[in-house]
Design a protein around this ligand. Structure first.
Ligand SMILES: [Zn+2]
Ligand SMILES: [Zn+2]
Length: 77
């Protein structure tokens, strides 16, 4: 049975997420997000949507990017 790599839960509906060529096993999206989602460089929240990438940093929204001096950031929707 696959085991979640974050919390160690042994769950028959665990799933695999491939990121940058590396496979990860999780039992829930919550664990996957906790382990893999980038954090906003401004407010620190987990970026679950598209987010904004600027100058090698990730932001959860255009507002956070803007407050970090990123000009012209727009939410990708
Ligand atoms: Zn888990
Ligand atoms: Zn943010």
């Amino acid at each position: 049975m696959p085991v979640c790599e974050l919390c160690g839960n042994d769950y028959d509906k665990a799933f695999e997420v491939k990121m940058a060529g590396k496979a990860h096993i999780f039992d829930s999206f919550e664990c996957a997000i906790h382990a893999l989602a980038p954090e906003c460089a401004h407010c620190g929240c987990k970026i679950i949507g598209h987010g904004v990438e600027a100058a090698g940093r990730f932001f959860c929204c255009a507002r956070c990017a803007d407050e970090n001096g990123v000009k012209g950031a727009r939410d990708r929707i």
